[in-house]
Write a protein that binds this ligand. Structure first.
Ligand SMILES: [Fe+2]
Length: 333
């Protein structure tokens, strides 16, 4: 059971949806419908909307030039919890605006509030998702959502301390554990944060020492959790048959024991499909575990050149150096 305290938001917030902006609508349809096997709930010339459960929309692709995440939706239990979040944002001078009716419809929610989160990602808060009656028509048995939410986001940053504090101070996120992985001559430190029973809803990755962030997009990947190993393996096979490139083939993470693969999306960031990720039992969990590799086994790049390997992990040093000069937005000081 997810633990709840009257003054803590822990367990009251979960990942709800992702909104992606891309010109590559046909490629996204192929990836999400034919590859991952999601239910295509709505399609027009400018929009794709997918279901993975009873929620009317979970992954939305809207036509636009950025080839990036346009927003991440966070579902909040009720108005009281939403009020706590709004108060904390207000106390820190973080501006919040209400979404329009048209924007709410696009996202499949009754209404929402938006603010600019770390690294400029629009974070959107809502309490009431629209639900669908129509039976799911998917090429897969199910995705794991519910109290755990949609999945997770992994974000690279040059301001990891601020980003960590943001999630802890605004959402009462708890540190699950950490991984440090040598990569391209640098050390990558990753902190895994949970908002609820899911081992992590947010992963924050930063290079140690000289801070470089070679990832162009607001998140490096987003993750969905498949219900069974068959679902995972069949999705992998379908994606390979469609000619989609695996940024990392099937492997297993040491901390949440999740078996997963990463497919390169048409927008250039990665999408991780996982299976069998552990849920944290709050009693007795201490965030002291520190692993020394991202993977127990596997997760090898399909194109195994050194440049490609680093590129799909964290980009190459040249792009990193360029990014190092660009200021990174943080909503908290
Ligand atoms: Fe992940």
């Amino acid at each position: 059971m997810t633990e709840k305290h009257p003054h803590s938001l822990f367990g009251a917030v979960r990942m709800g949806y992702v909104l992606i902006e891309s010109e590559k609508i046909d490629e996204w349809r192929r990836l999400l419908k034919q590859g991952l096997g999601m239910h295509l709930a709505h399609e027009d010339s400018a929009t794709l909307a997918f279901r993975v459960d009873e929620h009317a929309r979970r992954v939305i692709v809207a036509r636009g030039p950025s080839e990036d995440f346009a927003a991440a939706g966070l579902q909040v239990d009720d108005g009281q919890a939403l009020g706590v979040i709004m108060g904390r944002l207000r106390d820190r001078g973080i501006a919040v605006e209400a979404g329009t009716e048209e924007e709410s419809t696009l996202r499949g929610v009754k209404s929402f509030y938006r603010f600019k989160g770390p690294k400029g990602m629009a974070l959107e808060l809502y309490t009431e998702p629209l639900l669908a009656d129509e039976p799911l028509n998917m090429l897969t048995s199910a995705f794991v959502t519910g109290a755990s939410g949609l999945g997770h986001l992994a974000i690279t940053t040059r301001l990891p301390e601020k980003m960590l504090r943001f999630w802890q101070e605004i959402f009462d996120a708890r540190l699950s554990d950490r991984i440090s992985q040598p990569m391209g001559g640098a050390m990558l430190d990753i902190s895994f944060l949970r908002l609820n029973e899911r081992h992590h809803s947010i992963a924050i990755a930063a290079t140690r020492g000289l801070r470089i962030d070679p990832i162009r997009t607001k998140a490096q990947h987003f993750n969905l959790l498949a219900a069974t190993m068959d679902d995972l393996v069949n999705a992998y096979g379908r994606l390979r048959d469609l000619g989609c490139e695996m940024a990392h083939e099937i492997g297993q993470h040491p901390n949440d024991r999740e078996v997963s693969f990463y497919v390169l999306t048409p927008s250039g960031f990665e999408l991780e499909l996982g299976w069998d990720a552990l849920k944290v039992e709050e009693a007795g969990w201490k965030p002291t575990a520190h692993y020394n590799a991202i993977s127990l086994w596997g997760h090898r790049p399909q194109r195994a050149s050194l440049l490609r390997g680093i590129g799909t992990h964290l980009g190459n040093a040249v792009r990193g150096a360029k990014n190092a000069l660009r200021p990174e937005y943080s909503p908290i000081r």
